[in-house]
Design a protein around this ligand. Structure first.
Ligand SMILES: [Zn+2]
Length: 81
């Protein structure tokens, strides 16, 4: 389900950049289809979770590349999801 703590802008940015989500939302709204609206909410939650995971992964890789984690032995395998 959608996380109530997710900022409004995160929804908006995703909605504007993700065609499958915006299409499904438009479909649900046009038809007043609550089942499609439910599917849209689930899809959106899954996409946002993927984005959050990717951001975390990118952050770890950046830390590894810049050596900002001190002497710890970081490698792409170690930070892979
Ligand atoms: Zn999406």
């Amino acid at each position: 389900m959608l996380d109530a703590n997710t900022h409004r802008d995160v929804f908006r940015l995703h909605h504007e950049s993700c065609r499958p989500c915006s299409d499904l939302f438009a479909f649900a709204r046009e038809r007043g289809d609550l089942q499609a609206l439910g599917a849209w909410r689930e899809q959106l939650a899954a996409h946002l979770a993927n984005e959050a995971e990717r951001r975390e992964y990118d952050r770890l890789v950046r830390e590894w590349l810049t050596g900002s984690r001190g002497g710890e032995a970081w490698s792409p395998e170690r930070v892979a999801p």
